[in-house]
Design a protein around this ligand. Structure first.
Ligand SMILES: C[S@@+](CC[C@H](N)C(=O)[O-])C[C@H]1O[C@@H](n2cnc3c(N)ncnc32)[C@H](O)[C@@H]1O
Length: 258
């Protein structure tokens, strides 16, 4: 069994789409993981993955890199707070937002905090999804190590978090604002009607074709003039072809069809 046979067999068995991920990067991660679990041959590793739930969890866990933090790339979140959200709010009172591949929830909770301050008392819709159920569980729990809060101001820390031993928990008032749900960006249908879609630091793992497919789907999921917010190290070079305009380096606006 070579890497490609392994990739196909695992995709089928574990019901995931490994074809969409960049091959070299994926192979490097899988080879490393396989060796760390004591296997040298893809065939042996596949056999174990197919029947051992614990190994399956480790595999899925390592495959989906879960790093996230509050207000990740502070300056970009400042643009969101001072420019993008005020523009969207000038058009509409109640926004519908999707944090796609939300990991531990730090990203959608950061947005919930900003909106809570910009529009006190208004109930917006903030959907947050990820493929990884363990991360969704952690996100719903909403308790974080201090390192993940390094970009949270002292004022916000005191207002929106409660300290339980070594962890900082998001207060229920903010937690209630976010709806978490499992969603696989490569396999599931995309919901629609969003004013803002945040998809950061996940498409970097996907092939160019897959990235384009995802951006087209996000286009359809956005309302006319809706905005796509991407990661600080990412850019969409062919944004015109995908019918977006670039409003600042990490924000792309949907160009609606006439
Ligand atoms: C590096 S984290 C990004 C978290 C957050 N968006 C941020 O930028 O801080 C990448 C997340 O993508 C998720 N992910 C990976 N493949 C996915 C897929 N096919 N569909 C949905 N989420 C996926 C992982 O589970 C992980 O939580």
């Amino acid at each position: 069994m070579d890497f490609n046979d392994f990739r196909q067999a695992v995709s089928k068995k574990l019901n995931i789409d490994l074809q969409g991920y960049k091959e070299r990067q994926l192979k490097r991660r899988i080879d490393h993981l396989m060796k760390s679990q004591g296997f040298d041959a893809y065939e042996d590793y596949y056999r174990v993955l197919a029947k051992d739930n614990k190994q399956k969890d480790v595999f899925l866990d390592k495959l989906t890199i879960n790093v996230s933090e509050f207000f990740r790339n502070k300056n970009v979140f400042e643009t969101l707070e001072n420019k993008i959200l005020p523009t969207l709010l000038s058009r509409k009172k109640k926004l519908k937002i999707w944090s796609a591949a939300c990991s531990n929830g730090a990203e959608p909770y950061s947005v919930a905090i900003i909106l809570h301050e910009l529009t006190p008392g208004v109930t917006h819709t903030i959907d947050a999804t990820d493929i990884d159920e363990k991360m969704l569980y952690a996100a719903r729990e909403g308790s974080y190590r201090k390192e993940l809060l390094k970009n949270v101001s002292q004022e916000r820390l005191e207002k929106y978090f409660q300290k339980d031993n070594e962890l900082w928990s998001v207060i229920p008032e903010i937690k209630r604002k976010v709806n978490f749900k499992k969603h696989d960006l490569l396999r599931d249908e995309y919901p629609n009607g969003y004013d803002l879609i945040i998809c950061r630091n996940v498409t970097i793992y996907f092939t160019k074709e897959t990235q384009n497919r995802l951006y087209r789907k996000f286009w359809s999921s956005l309302v006319a003039d809706g905005i796509l917010f991407i990661g600080a190290t990412e850019s969409i070079l062919n944004y015109r072809e995908l019918r977006f305009t670039k409003i600042s380096p990490w924000f792309y606006q949907k160009v609606a069809l006439n």
